[in-house]
Unconditional design. Structure first.
Length: 306
């Protein structure tokens, strides 16, 4: 059900091995038909096509499994991504190679969107279920209110202004979201593909074995910016709250205030802090290390490991 001003759609559903009954899946567990759309996948498990009556979407990926181009109903869009920002899109290009939209980030959040010869400013909730877009004069030009799972509500206005609707995901014309390493289906509040990242298993946490769930069904407190592993999202009220975080070579820095992509030096620049110091290994995840964030005036001694 899409609540809090949503359309009020309800579904009676059942599941077998975490796969929804009546839906079709391939041998790898990828959703191929949800009774409304048909999907196909490439050799890496990324969704290659989505289609239904009057709609078609083709998607192309680079060697890091990140989408670099889509063709939606015959209209191509290419994407330029930043390695410093963990693969986030910084520009969209039209069929002529001309930039049609850009994205400027502050840490892991979108700060501004240049398009149509003007810059619009993005103001969003810490877990990004709510956004306001203002023009250069501070006037609100777009309001976006979603339910915690990304479902549409009646509280939005001019919501199609830019496609970054649910957290950092890009919503395509079929109302499904590109979540970097997977597709998030807000209609069903879960991913279309099982989680390809083995490190997101936790033998002490049975919920982690549901490979389709979004942030283990806790979207109020967690986000999953890469489609690989959930992490807790907070806002920093002061520099001292930056504390100790996790430097994840897949997802970038993850800590009490959110995260940014890139290596330690880039993280320090992006967060406007003096330095990022490697503290030690994260025993639960071999591709992560614990880091300390050193502020320009003080060093935080608080810690919170995700």
């Amino acid at each position: 059900m899409e609540g809090w001003g949503g359309v009020g759609r309800t579904e009676a559903v059942g599941y077998t091995n975490n796969r929804r009954n009546a839906f079709s899946y391939d041998a790898a567990g990828n959703l191929t038909n949800d009774l409304g759309q048909t999907f196909t996948y490439d050799a890496t498990g990324q969704q290659a096509t989505a289609s239904y009556g009057g709609y078609s979407l083709q998607q192309y990926y680079d060697g890091d499994r990140l989408r670099v181009k889509k063709v939606e109903n015959g209209t191509p869009t290419s994407y330029l991504r930043s390695s410093v920002l963990g693969g986030q899109v910084v520009a969209e290009l039209n069929s002529s190679g001309v930039r049609s939209r850009g994205y400027v980030y502050l840490g892991g959040n979108i700060l501004a969107v240049p398009q149509n010869n003007q810059v619009s400013w993005i103001h969003q909730h810490p877990v990004a279920k709510s956004k306001r877009v203002t023009d250069g004069a501070g006037n609100v030009v777009s309001t976006l209110e979603l339910d915690p799972w990304g479902g549409e509500t009646t509280r939005s206005s001019n919501a199609a202004f830019q496609p970054r609707r649910f957290t950092t995901y890009e919503r395509d014309g079929n109302a499904s979201d590109e979540a970097m390493h997977r597709r998030y289906n807000r209609w069903h509040s879960r991913f279309d593909q099982p989680d390809p990242y083995g490190g997101s298993y936790d033998i002490t946490d049975p919920q982690s074995f549901n490979r389709y769930s979004y942030v283990q069904n806790d979207p109020v407190n967690f986000v999953d910016p890469s489609g690989l592993d959930e992490w807790q999202a907070f806002n920093c009220a002061t520099r001292a709250e930056l504390a100790i975080g996790v430097l994840d070579w897949l997802d970038g820095w993850q800590g009490p205030c959110g995260g940014v992509g890139g290596e330690a030096a880039a993280v320090a620049v992006a967060m406007d802090v003096a330095a990022v110091v490697v503290v030690g290994a994260d025993p639960r995840h071999p591709h992560r290390v614990l880091i300390a964030i050193l502020g320009s005036r003080q060093t935080s001694t608080a810690s919170r490991e995700l």
